[in-house]
Every structure is written in C-alpha cells, then in structure tokens.
Design a protein around this ligand. Structure first.
Ligand code: FAD
Ligand code: NAP
Length: 496
C-alpha cells in the first residue's frame, strides 16, 4: 500500500511517460483519451513511434482514395500534436521512421516509459487458402493491391518494387471474399479512372495503369449466403451506383430464398438493395464493365494454362446447413463450377504478426492478436492440459486491430481505444505501472536511439508537416487532392 501511494504521488510532479507503438487510429485515439481525460494533477509525456515516415496507418494506406471524409479522423492526431506538441501540461512527440522491434528493441522501451501501448495494427501479412495454384503469379492478396494503389512505401522500395497485376492485359478478375475491402478493390477496378480516381490521392502509378486497364468483368465470390455477406449496406450501394459499371443479376433462387425470411432491419435493407439493382443490362449499359456477386462457392483450385498463367478458378458449391445451432454455416456439395479469370484477388482478411522480442518479454501472441483483457496485455505463465495460466503484464497495453484481430471500422477502433486508455488511467491512479529509473535519460538522447543508424532519419512532426505541405501543393498542381510520395527515401528527403 505504501508503495502504491508513493508511486501515484510521484506523478503529481513527475510526468507519466507513455510510448505508443503505431500511429493509426488506435494509436491516436488512445492518446487522445489519455491526454484529455487524465486528472488535472497528472502530466503526461507521450511518444508516438511509427515505422513509416508518415503517420495515420490505414487511414492513409488502407481507406479508399474516394473516401476522403473517412480520413478526417486524422485531424485527431494533428490536433493533439498542435495542442500538446511542445508546451502545456502534457507533451507529445512523433518519432516517425522508427520501427519498434528493429530500430529499437521492444524490451528497451521499459527503461524509458511507465506505460507502453502496442497499437501497431495487423497489416503485415495475409490469410491464405492453402489450396493448389495459390502461388501462381495471377493470384495476389488484396492487402498488396491496396498498398499499391494507396502508395504504401513497402511497395515502392527502389530495386524491390512491387509488380502490380497486368491490368492492361486482362479481362476477367475474381475477388474471393465479400467484405468491405473486397468492395474497395472492386471499385478500383470498375470506376472510371479519369473522372473517379484521378482527382483523389490514389498513387500516380495506379492512376496510370488504371487508365490503360482492359478489365471487363469482376466477380465477387463468397463462400456463404446473401445474409452472411461481410460488406455493409452503405458500401454495396456505392458499388451499385457506379455510373461506369453494370451489376449483373444475382441468382434469382438465392434472392427469393432470403426475401421470404423474417429479417432484421439491416438484412431487410440489404435484400431490398439487391432486389432494386437486380436488373438485366439494357441498351444504356452497352460497353460498361460488368460485375457480379456470387454466393455459396468455396475456391478449391487455381488452374493454369499451358504457359503456366492463371486461367481459371474451380469452386465447390456449398449449401446452407439447416441447423438453428449453426446459423449461417455452410457445407460443401459434390458440385463444382469454374470461372475464367486471369487475376484473382484474395480479400479474405489481413493478418497481424508478433514484434521481435515478444518471447523474451513473455508477451502472448496467438491467432492474429495479442492476448489481453480490456487492452491490458496478458502474458502466459504456464500451459495446463485444458487451460493456460496468464497474468497481466504490468504497464503493457494494446489497442486497435492488434488487440482485437483485423476487423472493425474506424469508429469501433476509436471506442475500443478509449476503453484501453480508460484502463491505463485507472492503473495510473492505482500505481500499477512500470517503474522507470529516476535517472533514465530521454530515449532521444539515449544509446538505444541516439546511437542507432535510424537516429539520422527520424521523422519528427515538423518533418512530416513539410512532407504533408509538399504533397498537398503538388497535388493541387496536378488536380489531385494529394500527390502521395510513395518511395521512402524520397519521403525522407522531402521531409528533412
Ligand atoms: P493501423 O491503421 O494499421 O495502424 C497501425 C500503425 O502501426 C501503422 O501506421 C503502422 O505503420 C504502424 N506500425 C506497425 N508496426 C510497427 C512497428 N513495429 N513499430 C512502429 N510502428 C509500427 N474503416 C472505416 O471506418 N472506413 C473505411 O473506409 C475503411 N477502409 C478500410 C480499407 C482497408 C483496405 C482496410 C484494410 C481497413 C479499412 N478500414 C476502414 C478499417 C480501419 O482502417 C481500421 O479500423 C483502423 O485503421 C485500425 O487501426 P489500427 O491503428 O489498429 O491499425
Ligand atoms: P472481413 O469483413 O472480415 O471480410 C473477409 C471476407 O473473407 C469474408 O467474406 C469472409 O467470409 C471471407 N473469407 C475469410 N476466410 C475465407 C476462406 N478461407 N475462404 C473463403 N472466404 C473467406 O474483412 P475485410 O474485408 O478485410 O475488412 C476488414 C475490416 O475493415 C472490416 O471490419 C471492414 O468493415 C473494415 N473496412 C471498412 C471499410 C468501409 O467502411 N468502407 C472498407 C474496408 C474495410 P466469411 O464471412 O464466410 O468468413
């Protein structure tokens, strides 16, 4: 008890030091809540670590270029930086181009910070299907395709550039999975490059290739039924309403099967939308690209032609299981169908990976996320036959996709990050945090960072502001909302 009082009273005078790893929505919403909801007698010194030279995570590198209103969330971070950047009760720094686990050892953060929040997202890898042909060059992940059109620097490394799919040589594309990412990808392929994409912040490489695109048909294929569609109604309506593409009717039997069911509000709306747009092409649709929603099909093989190029995808037809205990589940039949396609985009979910150093720290990563309770990280003590003993890892927290797995829109990420922040504040009040050596240096002056090669190229907030101003200025000249600098070296040079 005595120690508790001592620890918490210290913070009447000493700043509570927080490191947040990742500057996507989870990182900046956690920070926002911490800084704005901490009691008046606490001051917080918060450092954001970001592996890229630019902040905002998937808001900049995931959200589709034609959804600029979604990116307004970035103002939360910008406002934090201007409100608390250098003066006032709290202090906040942005340390961009610093990858935790590579440039700075994860465990070393404990020397400088009372609380460490892992909010590094789940964008480092992809789920896979584990079926024959998945390694053909024509089968790509939505994550890489998204990174490419959004100008994510990993795709634009000089000498190791990502090769985009040959959209100027193919006609038929199949997208596996029907979540909102699948719909973003479909819109990229279907909407008019000049009128729809050019004015946005889409990468100029993507803009160029889309202008030459020969794609004619896009299939969006799901393994389950209409009511299990993973997309949301707003996003599917947007696709239906594209001027430049025509939706081809969905299987009438499937639609009839769901229309007669007793449905909740969201499903009712979904079915109503499908019924509204379920019309055959007319003369006015001549020459338009076409797209379909296919249901109850699981891919079993990607098939190549004699030259080893992807030519088609074979699917097994599924049937809905008629069991109230297994709602929405399907089982394979013995019927197969094949669709011709020269490109398959797997949109079956992103995948998070651990940061180097988890094992040494006992941080427990499993099944795409960090084990945690309300954002407090759990470490594994021992594994019994049927269960695992775990304990809180004092001072370690998590927010966002790496906390919950790669799902959830920005609004849910925000609410959930506030929960994590609330628990950090509770632990601060109760003295449950990492004790930092009184004489510990600032990490910026320490051997752990100052003598690392990355010290020369840390992007601080004023550096980012330079890059931001450059991108906006150049974008304006080109008739775009922003010209994204995609190559990392170029980003570093401009932001110097
Ligand atoms: P992220 O946004 O991924 O942020 C993680 C950050 O951590 C990144 O900046 C990353 O560079 C950094 N990082 C990673 N590793 C390290 C490390 N070792 N050291 C330092 N930094 C590191 N939601 C909507 O509401 N509307 C939309 O229109 C929308 N569109 C989307 C489109 C796509 C393609 C995707 C994939 C998602 C979309 N979402 C959308 C969901 C939304 O993007 C997520 O809810 C949100 O971004 C998750 O936030 P996060 O901070 O957990 O992860
Ligand atoms: P998602 O919504 O989880 O969709 C994944 C899709 O992949 C589902 O259709 C799923 O089908 C399918 N799938 C998974 N494993 C499969 C397998 N082995 N075989 C066949 N199909 C498989 O994921 P997401 O589209 O990547 O989106 C991630 C999150 O970001 C979501 O919360 C989404 O709403 C959000 N986001 C939002 C927007 C927006 O608001 N505009 C845009 C993009 C992303 P089952 O359902 O059958 O598993």
């Amino acid at each position: 008890m005595q120690r508790r009082l001592f620890s918490s009273s210290i913070h009447l005078f000493k700043p509570f030091k927080v490191a947040i790893v990742g500057t996507g929505p989870a990182g900046f919403y956690t920070a926002h809540h911490l800084l704005n909801k901490s009691s008046r007698d606490k001051k917080i010194h918060l450092d954001f670590f970001e592996k890229l030279p630019a902040p905002f995570g998937l808001s900049r590198y995931g959200v589709a270029p034609d959804h600029p209103e979604v990116k307004n969330c970035e103002e939360f971070m910008t406002n934090l930086m201007s409100q608390f950047g250098s003066s006032g009760r709290h202090k906040v720094r942005f340390l961009g181009n610093v990858e935790i686990g590579k440039d700075v050892k994860l465990a070393d953060l404990e020397k400088y910070y009372n609380a460490i929040v892992l909010a590094y997202g789940a964008t480092s890898s992809d789920n896979s299907l584990q079926i024959p042909g998945e390694d053909l060059p024509g089968v790509i992940s939505a994550r890489q395709f998204v990174n490419w059109y959004n100008g994510q620097p990993d795709c634009y490394q000089k000498g190791n550039e990502y090769t985009p799919p040959p959209l100027d040589k193919i006609e038929n594309v199949t997208i596996i999975g029907n979540g909102n990412v699948a719909l973003d990808v479909a819109r990229i392929l279907l909407a008019d490059p000049k009128s729809h994409w050019k004015p946005t912040d889409i990468s100029v490489d993507a803009e160029d290739l889309l202008e030459r695109s020969t794609v004619k048909n896009v299939r969006i294929v799901a393994r389950r039924g209409i009511l299990e569609s993973a997309f949301s109604n707003k996003e599917i309506r947007e696709l239906f309403e594209l001027k430049d593409a025509k939706f081809l009717p969905v299987d009438a039997n499937l639609l009839q099967g769901v229309s007669t069911k007793k449905l909740g509000r969201v499903d009712k709306r979904r079915v109503a939308l499908l019924e509204k747009y379920n019309t055959s092409p007319s003369a006015k649709d001549q020459g338009k690209r076409t797209w379909t929603l296919d249901y109850l099909l699981s891919p079993v093989e990607f098939c190549a032609d004699a030259k080893g190029q992807l030519a088609s995808t074979k699917f097994v037809r599924n049937r809905a299981i008629d069991d109230p205990l297994l709602p929405g589940q399907v089982a394979p039949t013995d019927e197969f169908v094949s669709f011709d396609n020269q490109l398959v985009i797997l949109s079956i979910g992103y995948k998070g990976t651990p940061i180097a150093g988890f094992e040494d720290l006992g941080i427990w990563f499993e099944k795409n996320k960090l084990h945690n309770k309300g954002g407090r990280i759990l470490s594994q003590i021992s594994e019994g036959e049927n269960d695992v003993n775990s304990t809180y890892k004092k001072g370690w927290y998590t927010s966002g996709w790496i906390k919950n797995g790669p799902k959830g829109v920005i609004a849910t990420t925000m609410m959930d990050s506030f929960d994590t922040a609330e628990n950090i504040l509770e632990d601060l009040t109760n003295g449950a945090f990492i004790e930092v050596d009184e004489d510990a240096a600032d990490i910026m002056d320490s051997a752990d960072l100052a003598s690392s090669p990355v010290a020369e190229t840390i992007v601080q907030w004023n550096n980012w502001e330079k890059l931001n101003a450059y991108e906006l200025r150049k974008g304006k000249e080109m008739g775009k909302s922003r010209y994204k600098v995609c190559n990392k070296e170029e980003m570093l040079n401009i932001s110097k």
